[in-house]
Design a binder for this molecule. Structure first.
Ligand SMILES: Cc1cc2nc3c(=O)[nH]c(=O)nc-3n(C[C@H](O)[C@H](O)[C@H](O)COP(=O)(O)O)c2cc1C
Length: 340
């Protein structure tokens, strides 16, 4: 018997799909979502996802093995579609019999969904439009995450509230759709679940959890920040293929502007083409995020955080965060029913 019967009923499809107790995913966060946080999330009844980021196949192999050593519950692996060794990374997940692979960062390249499904794993994708989502479902994707611009990390231009109103009525009856971006409390979960979401994905709320290996200064920056401090990066040159990143404003924000000018000048000089320019920008972010998360350089590093950072005020164990979310969600659903 669950302590959260209404929430459980609304999350039943999502939980069955994930094989977890609750349909609450901790979205992959590069450098943060490694064995400790991922296993803690899954052990607490949520669904952890390893962030492969720029890892080599060998590193991913070691991370999956280590995570398996810490939990016997299901967890996923998030692969970035533009990774030059994407198919080798898929082969690693296949060797381990990983149950869920999340393809992030762009449209899945030809053959990638098929390669994952070939070893029996479920494929989770992102899509910025309903048309693309339908196409990916037709290509074999099993679930979709819609992620609004309130989120931390790389973001699209549309808010979660609007994406939910567009995508959920169109897709949620037939397909598994998880909602991400800006969720900090259970009341917001309740709203999206009632709209048809199969579950929710959070990142910012978990990044500063007790089990997260993020540097204490990274966590302190989260506790101090307000929603308005988590700002989206600006694109200084319209030619540059810069995907905006939401992070806490600091000196690194200005350094990114300088980096873009440097890359634009290299394009003008003919020493970089557009693909190389995009890779250079992505390497900048990967390095800057590592500096903040691992080294604790919260001035010059990239403290990626969503607007829900204003709701993160203390270092709590993952199990407490999940229990709080579910308690708030259940209370919100109870209140609604009182007036029904
Ligand atoms: C520090 C940080 C790093 C992230 N890195 C990744 C990543 O490597 N791959 C990815 O698909 N999403 C990444 N995200 C997005 C999360 O997986 C998640 O979808 C997002 O945080 C949800 O929105 P929220 O931050 O408002 O909870 C990152 C988010 C943060 C805060």
């Amino acid at each position: 018997m669950t302590a959260y019967p209404k929430s459980a009923a609304l999350m039943a499809r999502g939980a069955a799909f994930l094989g977890s107790e609750h349909a609450i995913l901790c979205g992959a966060m590069s450098w943060v979502s490694e064995r400790n946080l991922v296993s803690a999330i899954s052990n607490a009844g949520g669904f952890g996802v390893i962030a492969c980021g720029a890892m080599t196949p060998d590193l991913l192999d070691a991370e999956i093995t280590a995570t398996r050593g810490l939990t016997d519950r299901p967890f996923g692996v998030n692969l970035i579609t533009m990774h030059p060794m994407l198919f080798d990374l898929i082969a690693v997940t296949a060797r381990h019999g990983v149950s869920h692979v999340v393809l992030a960062g762009g449209i899945p390249p030809k053959g990638s969904i098929e390669a994952i499904k070939a070893f029996g794993a479920k494929v989770v994708v992102f899509a910025p439009t309903i048309a693309l989502a339908r196409k990916l479902f037709r290509s074999g994707a099993d679930a979709l995450v819609i992620e609004g611009s309130e989120a931390g990390g790389h973001i699209g231009p549309v808010s979660t509230g609007v994406l939910a109103q567009e995508f959920l009525p169109a897709l949620a009856d037939e397909h598994i759709v998880f909602v991400a971006g800006g969720i900090g409390r259970g009341e917001a979960m309740a709203g999206y679940l009632e709209m048809g979401a199969a579950g929710v994905q959070l990142g910012t709320r978990f990044a500063a959890a007790a089990e997260s290996i993020a540097h204490p200064d990274f966590k302190k920056a989260f506790f101090r920040a307000n929603a308005r401090d988590a700002i989206a990066s600006v694109q200084v040159d319209p030619r540059l293929p810069v995907i905006p990143v939401r992070a806490l404003k600091n000196k690194g924000t200005e350094e990114f502007t300088a980096k873009q000018i440097e890359v634009a000048q290299a394009i003008d000089a003919g020493t970089l083409d557009m693909t190389a320019a995009q890779l250079e920008i992505e390497h900048f972010w990967a390095g800057a995020l590592r500096r903040a998360v691992i080294d604790g350089d919260v001035e010059h590093g990239s403290v990626m955080a969503g607007q829900s950072v204003g709701l993160v005020t203390a270092e709590l164990p993952v199990a407490t965060i999940i229990a709080n979310l579910l308690g708030e969600c259940e209370t919100a659903l109870d209140k609604r029913l009182q007036f029904a």
